[in-house]
Design a protein around this ligand. Structure first.
Ligand code: ATP
Ligand code: MG
Length: 208
């Protein structure tokens, strides 16, 4: 029996991963609110509970063989060192540009200031349009930035648009759709080929 470790993104992705894990017989056999490493119901598979932005790092370095992570995090991290074989279709949202509803529309004359948790994606997106922007890196609550004059625009995840609306912001452009993906360490894909392929096939059958 080949041992496998899966790094799970703590938070809303974990919530939406649990039903999937249960159907695979891989539900956590331990307190996931307290423990950072828990066995699963399948003795061969253990689970790591990590911050979403850290999942690519755990998998790239082989501390986990597989991971479940948002496409937003993968795009920001640069996913080249990982395989991304499956779209799980969970934790669906989009990455968007938003502005103050009543504020003057930034007109492209000045250098736009954009607050975001995603500096790499934001830089690429505006560079592709030939726009020079100043990026202001934040770690959360991006919606606040335009309200207090810290930034002209934000780049953030939107699901229902409720949070934007509550803060008097409107979505002005969608950068991309986001769902969670299964990622695989490249060396593990070779060394644990049979175990990983059979797990991927079972997951694929569930999400197709
Ligand atoms: P941390 O606790 O490290 O700050 P976080 O706040 O990014 O992490 P969550 O908000 O629980 O953690 O999870 C974020 C992930 O969930 C995103 O990377 C994205 O893929 C997914 N997601 C799905 N819908 C949304 C949404 N409406 N807002 C934010 N993230 C969403
Ligand atoms: Mg958070």
């Amino acid at each position: 029996m080949t041992a496998l470790t899966i790094a799970l993104s703590k938070g809303r992705i974990l919530e939406e991963s649990l039903p999937l894990l249960a159907k695979l017989g891989l539900d956590p056999a331990g307190d996931i609110d307290r423990l950072l490493r828990v066995p699963s119901r399948d003795k061969a598979v253990s689970l790591l509970i990590v911050r979403p932005a850290d999942v690519p790092t755990y998998v790239e370095h082989g501390a986990a063989d597989l991971g479940i992570v948002g496409k937003d995090v993968l795009m920001e991290h640069g996913g080249a060192a990982l395989y991304e074989p499956l779209d799980l279709g969970i934790a669906r949202c989009r990455l968007s540009v938003a502005a103050k509803k009543d504020g003057p529309r930034p007109d492209g004359v000045q250098r736009l200031r954009i607050a975001t948790k995603y500096p790499a994606i934001t830089r690429r997106h505006f560079a592709a349009k030939g726009e020079q922007v100043e990026i202001i890196k934040l770690y959360g609550s991006m919606e606040l930035a335009p309200l207090v004059g810290l930034a002209d625009l934000i780049v953030d995840l939107v699901a229902t648009g409720g949070t934007l609306k509550a803060n008097g912001l409107v979505e002005i452009e969608t950068i991309c759709q986001v769902t969670s993906r299964m990622v695989v360490n490249k060396a593990a894909m070779k060394m644990k080929h049979a175990a990983i392929q059979s797990l991927l096939a079972r997951v694929a059958a569930l999400v197709k």
